[in-house]
Design a protein around this ligand. Structure first.
Ligand code: ATP
Ligand code: MG
Length: 196
């Protein structure tokens, strides 16, 4: 599961766990992005902070781990490179690879580098996310690509990192939107307190 994880929250964790259970995965690897090509740079916490918050968030789940693949890669992060990387390092196991994404992210799939190759190499899971319905997704990607997606009706959590950052900035609570350890990390390092 890739993401900016700026910061990671319960929407990500729940979606990953429900995908793991529904599709019988052996493990879920969280891949914080290094230099996301789609995101404005100004509002992104330093990569090491996002990586460490992801580690803090997942450590209680024995099926979850975090990869530094994109964190350590120079230049922009492209999902296709990460997918090739995971296929390569696991090739002796002949892995079946899933790419877990929220339906908002899949809506933009046509803008991703090598999107059709991504869909050939991995099974792309589109998890429901409040505000994005699967019909709109079908229109956005077209019926042929839509048929290749696996849909996951995740328990709805209307949580986003954008909202969490805005809450921190304006002094509103973020408790119960993300793990306590991540909240403490944000407070300790004074993340998301500068104007966006
Ligand atoms: P931002 O608001 O900064 O874009 P975000 O909450 O969307 O942050 P990302 O790091 O952009 O988080 O998302 C990583 C992946 O997790 C994406 O595929 C996204 O669709 C998915 N995702 C994020 N939040 C949820 C949620 N509440 N429910 C389901 N999927 C989610
Ligand atoms: Mg997002």
């Amino acid at each position: 599961m890739g993401g900016t994880f700026n910061p990671i929250h319960y929407g990500h964790l729940l979606c990953a766990e429900q995908a793991r259970c529904k599709f019988g995965m052996d493990e879920v690897v969280f891949v914080p992005s290094g230099h996301p090509p789609h995101k404005k740079n100004s509002d992104i916490a330093p990569t090491e902070h996002r990586y460490l918050m992801t580690v803090l968030a997942i450590y209680t789940n024995p099926f979850f781990s975090v990869s530094r693949a994109e964190v350590d890669r120079r230049g922009k992060s492209y999902s296709i490179d990460t997918i090739r990387h995971f296929l390569e390092i696991n090739k002796s196991r002949n892995p079946e690879l899933y790419f877990i994404t929220g339906s908002d992210a899949v809506m933009e799939i046509l803008t991703w580098r090598s999107h059709d190759e991504i869909m050939d190499l991995a099974t792309v899971i589109a998890a429901s996310r409040p505000g994005y319905d699967f019909n709109r997704l079908k229109e956005a990607v077209g019926p042929a690509r839509f048929r290749k997606l696996k849909l996951l009706q995740a328990s709805a959590l209307a949580i986003s990192s954008t909202d969490i950052r805005e809450r921190v900035r304006s002094g509103r609570p973020i408790k119960y939107l993300l793990p306590e350890s991540v909240e403490q990390y944000i407070r300790k390092h004074g993340l998301y307190t500068n104007p966006a």
